[in-house]
Design a protein around this ligand. Structure first.
Ligand SMILES: [Zn+2]
Length: 220
């Protein structure tokens, strides 16, 4: 065959070959037969050597590999994301169940043994200690008051004193429903017909009594 042959319109075989692989065949043929034909006349633009093809193939392979790797990486990321979302959803679901279980068990515990909870018993102990402390202070204050009254002498009558002793804050509140039964928490004077001074649950005949009593309570 002659690559320089032309048809009636002056076209060479290479010009008539539109398929790339056919054109490459011409170029390969040119590479191995450079001197045999006039390739310029044949309109074959350049030779295609084995080395050129190999290097092109290598480049293409590299490109393909990179593309494949990128696609793989993207797929991996997407899968990891999905997995994470699923795990999160499962975790949340199990947490809800756990909370429900915990709530129900602690509720049962609380019902059967009220003091079994460590936190509960701690709070209870603190509360009891505080109540004890308050009682101690109240008792001390009452003792001081009694001592004061004995020192103060005849100003107050014996029955009044005994009544005041029983009138511990709290109980006095209930007892003093009738206005006539109120006594000064400090000097024990009857507050009947007076407008008493209030501090906490205590009532006083005067501000000076209120201050004295406060000092007694604070010292106690
Ligand atoms: Zn008083």
């Amino acid at each position: 065959m002659d690559p320089c042959i032309k048809d009636e319109r002056g076209r060479t075989p290479y010009m008539l070959a539109h398929d790339k692989e056919v054109r490459n065949t011409f170029r390969r043929f040119m590479a191995s037969n450079l001197e045999k034909w006039d390739w310029h006349t044949a309109k074959v633009p350049s030779a295609l050597t084995k080395e050129m093809e190999e290097s092109q193939a290598a480049k293409q392979a590299e490109k393909d590999a990179k593309k494949k790797a990128r696609a793989k990486e993207l797929k991996k990321l997407r899968k990891a994301k999905e997995k994470k979302a699923q795990a999160e959803a499962a975790k949340n679901a199990s947490k809800t169940v756990e909370n429900q279980v915990n709530a129900s068990t602690s509720y049962q515990k609380g019902q059967s043994q009220p003091n079994s909870g460590l936190k509960l018993s701690k709070e209870e102990a603190l509360r009891r200690a505080q109540a004890e402390e308050r009682e101690k202070r109240a008792a001390a204050a009452e003792r001081r008051l009694a001592a004061l009254k004995i020192q103060g002498g005849g100003a107050t009558t014996i029955p009044g004193t005994s009544e005041a002793k029983s009138a511990v804050p709290g109980t006095s509140e209930a007892k003093s429903g009738a206005a006539g039964d109120i006594y000064c928490s400090c000097c024990n004077t009857s507050l009947a017909g007076k407008v008493p001074f209030h501090r906490y649950n205590y009532k006083y005949c005067s501000t000076s009594c209120m201050h004295v009593h406060r000092e007694i309570l604070e010292d106690g």
